[in-house]
Design a protein around this ligand. Structure first.
Ligand SMILES: [Cu+2]
Length: 149
């Protein structure tokens, strides 16, 4: 328990430290997830990423407050079978918008140690190679949610 609490505090410290520099240029909006069922250790997060700066930005990774690994995946159809593959590089040109949505790009949370409850929110942070981190709140919808709640 003690480790978990300190991890959480550290997470928020990092957030407040970077918040001031992240104004404007790249935004993360409409972040959402689905409520999980007992026994589930994975969840998926969707969001909208928009580059309003005049430079191309490259996503480095994603972090959340959850005690779970967060990885960017893409769902692809291979010979009629839906499969998830890790996304190695994700860059956004100036003005470009990328939607993470069911059947496409998503953030996979793996090794979750607790349930996601409908109606709760938790912070997510997208990190970039040469741009300050961008933070957003993920809203948890129902288990069958197919678009932002
Ligand atoms: Cu996935």
């Amino acid at each position: 328990m003690r480790i978990r609490v300190s991890h959480f505090i550290l997470f928020f410290l990092c957030f407040s430290w970077t918040a001031a520099a992240s104004e404007g240029s790249v935004t993360v909006t409409a972040a959402w997830s689905r409520a999980t069922a007992p026994g589930a250790s994975t969840a998926v997060v969707y969001l909208r990423l928009e580059n309003q700066s005049n430079l191309t930005v490259t996503v480095e990774g994603v972090e959340t407050s959850m005690d779970a690994k967060a990885r960017i995946h893409k769902t692809v159809s291979k010979e009629g079978v839906m499969k998830m593959t890790p996304v190695k590089e994700l860059s956004l040109a100036p003005g470009e918008q990328v939607e993470f949505k069911p059947g496409g790009l998503h953030v996979m949370l793996m090794g979750l140690t607790r349930l996601l409850d409908e109606g709760e929110t938790f912070p997510i942070r997208v990190t970039f190679l040469k741009h300050p981190d961008v933070r957003a709140d993920v809203l948890v919808g129902t288990a069958g949610q197919m678009k932002a709640p």
